[in-house]
Ligand binder design. Structure first.
Ligand code: PTJ
Length: 249
């Protein structure tokens, strides 16, 4: 039992959820390591949603609202951290949800889909199509989902699939606390924010932007430059560290 007054309460409770997820066969063991890397980046980003993340979150939502076949891809970490919020986001954006994992087994995919169903999400997971050019298990997709999607949200991703999705002509949005990762550099839109904060923000943007017309949404998307956002995120880290250093000067 983690005491509520603990200064790192939120962080510790989040870790517990991932550990529980691992015990329940949902989160991969490697997912716990990936979370640790995420935490380290979150720490030096100040553990809050920064301006560059808000800009990317808004554009991501505009892209989703413009899409014909938008899909949210869910892996083990995402399921455990934000299942309820993914359900709400999918609803407001009229997007499909698909289970797609790196550490693949049919049993694990089924467990994640079952878990999501507890939050009212009926996730695609037929595994009846393959993304050509990808050797990892992430190539196994659903014919009705990622396979035919034009815009895909792939949070906590590895770079290879991001590259292949783009080769297949899809727009790729990622959520990754590491602005230096290959995924961050490959994606069309990179949200450098913790997924636990990013998805609720995207829900807010979706509710706000859904009344806009096509031209207004296209304007938001056309003004976006992902390289600039990544540079701002790195600048954000530098500023944070400089301020931290000043405390010791
Ligand atoms: O469930 P599976 O089998 O698909 O496996 C999932 C993991 C996460 C193990 C797999 O996709 C993987 O190995 O990912 P990577 O290559 O470690 O990349 C994950 C990225 O997500 C890293 O750059 C982390 O910094 C980042 N990250 C981790 N936790 C969070 C995060 N970004 C945003 N929010 C987080 N909570």
């Amino acid at each position: 039992m983690i005491p509520k007054g603990h200064p790192r309460y939120v962080s510790l409770v989040t870790r517990e959820r991932l550990v529980e997820g691992f015990r329940g066969g949902i989160t991969a063991l490697e997912g716990l390591i990936a979370h640790g890397r995420g935490e380290a980046f979150d720490y030096i980003l100040g553990e809050r949603t920064r301006e560059f993340a808000l800009k990317a979150e808004k554009v991501a939502v505009a892209m989703f609202l413009l899409a014909k076949n938008p899909v949210i891809s869910v892996n083990g970490n995402t399921a455990v951290l934000v299942a309820k919020e993914i359900g709400e986001l999918a609803k407001v954006l009229n997007a499909k949800v698909e289970v797609n994992v790196f550490h693949h087994s049919k049993e694990r995919v089924r467990r994640i889909a079952d878990y999501l169903s507890k939050f009212g999400i009926s996730a695609l997971c037929a595994g009846d199509a393959e993304l050509k050019g990808l050797s990892s298990a992430r190539r196994i997709v659903d014919k009705r989902g990622i396979y035919v999607a034009d815009v895909v949200l792939v949070p906590l991703e590895d770079g290879d699939r991001c590259e292949i999705l783009k080769k297949h002509g899809k727009k790729v949005i990622t959520i990754d606390l590491n602005p230096l990762s290959r995924t961050s550099r490959m994606a069309d839109v990179t949200i450098v924010d913790n997924i636990t904060r990013a998805i609720p923000k995207m829900i807010e943007f979706a509710k706000e932007l859904r009344s806009l017309n096509k031209e207004e949404l296209e304007k938001i998307v056309s003004e976006y430059d992902n390289r600039k956002i990544l540079a701002e995120a790195i600048e954000g880290i530098i500023e944070y560290l400089q301020k931290a250093k000043a405390n010791f000067d």
